[in-house]
Design a protein around this ligand. Structure first.
Ligand code: EPZ
Length: 420
């Protein structure tokens, strides 16, 4: 297992190019199963989660040709099974999208329970509620979700919880159902709009993605298309926070600024200077940030996926901050690692109280999950001295070329093998 060694105290300076959005890519790749003709998907991030989704597509029999580091051509007409492999499925959360995609195309799906970050209870009851509303029979046995339908018929579905995954999974299953499906209380994340745009490019009839009511009129068949994945707002937000934590001055390129409104607003409240300019923004941080309170919410609220990196910036801010993690009940596992670096944080359930300290001190720490790993990198960049981060395989799931992008920004980061 590799580790990252970070020598702190070097302000980030220069430009960073943002890659395609992980949470769009891991939805759109399974969605390509619905296509009746080849699909070209561009701007894919070169990360482990994308590689694992492509492995599942191939295991199902689809032809997937990598044209370049960020472009694939998928032909789903060669698929020869509706059963997803157990080992592959548990490697990530997004394997659950194969239920909606296989059900939507073949009216049958057998998908083992997904894996994913250990950030709290992550049920899929709303996904199942949607599939059953469309007429599918769903049973869970031996850790496998089996869904089957004679036919799928459009229906109204009111989500009890605003769920990104359930919203997308129901869209996948409803695309070729008979009649109209209306998803109410739908999630509004940019990934949902991106996936709906992809499906409409195939010939689907989806309206309202990005609002809390999505209407899907079933069509008989879907063709192929060419689609470019949107930029990753969570990757962009992580670099913005890292720039502020290291008192740097960077330009974040290839972004959609409106997707980052909640992060930019919060960082401006902290006294960080953020200048938007078309498809890029500049982050200038030369003073100690002021503490602010954070409550994570579904989009367009402050994203739960940036709560952990933001908690690092709050750890070195002037004042005391309250973090309310309203989405997950276990997303503070990084706090114990931050405390090894001198952070003063107390956690009670979904609330963390952060008392700002002047600086963190480098230490050996561990990445407990994807965004916790990103948070430890941010902490190492800002800390005095050396930080060694183990378990970095979590980070590689969601950040393309993380250490090289940071080195280009002037960070002193080195990857070593555990045995070294
Ligand atoms: C997606 O997960 C993202 N993952 C997560 O990003 C992100 O944190 C999350 O959305 C929220 O924005 C992918 O897109 C692959 P949810 P998902 O369904 O779809 C509850 C990252 O770091 N819920 O929106 O699993 C659930 O427990 C990852 O990139 C139910 O109760 O999240 C949670 O409390 C981490 N029943 C809340 O809803 C359900 O059937 C939001 O979950 C589904 C969800």
């Amino acid at each position: 297992m590799d580790k990252l060694i970070i020598e702190g105290g070097h302000p980030l300076r220069g430009e960073v190019n943002i890659s395609g959005a992980k949470n769009s890519a891991v939805a759109i790749l399974p969605a390509a199963l619905l296509a009746g003709a080849p699909c070209t998907i561009k701007n894919l991030p070169d990360i482990k989660d994308v590689a694992n989704i492509i492995d599942i597509l191939k295991q199902l029999g689809a032809e997937v040709n990598k044209e370049s580091h960020d472009k694939v051509i998928i032909n789903s007409n060669t698929i020869n099974t509706y059963k997803v492999d157990f080992e592959l499925s548990k490697k990530l959360r997004a394997s659950y999208y194969f239920i909606g995609a296989l059900l939507g195309r073949f009216k049958k799906a057998e998908v083992p329970f997904p894996g994913g970050c250990d950030i709290g209870v992550r049920p899929i009851d709303q996904h199942i509620k949607g599939f059953e509303a469309l007429g599918a029979k769903v049973i869970i046995e031996h850790g496998i979700i089996r869904a089957e339908a004679d036919e799928l018929v459009g229906a109204p579905i009111f989500l009890d919880v605003v769920s990104v995954g359930a919203t997308i999974n129901i869209m996948l299953a409803a695309c070729m159902a008979k009649g109209t499906t209306i998803i109410e209380n739908a999630a509004k994340e940019p990934y949902i709009v991106d996936t709906a745009n992809f499906l409409n490019a195939l010939g689907a009839n989806i309206k309202g993605a990005g609002t809390d009511e999505i209407k899907i009129k079933g069509v008989d068949t879907l063709g192929g298309c060419e689609h470019t994945i949107i930029p990753d707002q969570m990757e962009a937000g992580t670099y913005m926070i890292a720039a502020a934590a290291s008192k740097g001055d960077i330009i974040v390129k290839n972004i959609i600024p409106t997707h980052l409104d909640s992060i930019s607003a919060k960082m401006r409240e902290m006294g960080v200077n953020i200048i938007e300019n078309g498809d890029s923004l500049r982050v200038i941080a030369n003073t100690r940030p002021k503490a602010v309170n954070i409550k994570t919410l579904p989009y367009p609220g402050f994203p739960t996926d940036l709560q952990q990196p933001m908690s690092v910036l709050l750890s070195i801010s002037d004042g005391t901050a309250i973090i309310n993690e309203s989405i997950y009940d276990g997303r503070f596992k990084h706090v114990d690692e931050l405390k090894k670096m001198g952070a003063k944080i107390s956690v009670e359930g979904r609330i963390a109280i952060v008392e700002g300290v002047p600086k963190l001190l480098g230490a050996p720490v561990c990445a407990t999950d994807l965004r916790a790993g990103a948070a430890m990198v941010v902490a190492g960049l800002s800390a005095e001295g050396e930080t060694v981060i183990s378990n970095i395989t979590h980070i590689e799931r969601g950040y393309e070329n993380f250490e090289n992008k940071l080195i280009k920004l002037g960070a002193k980061v080195k990857r070593i093998n555990e045995e070294d």
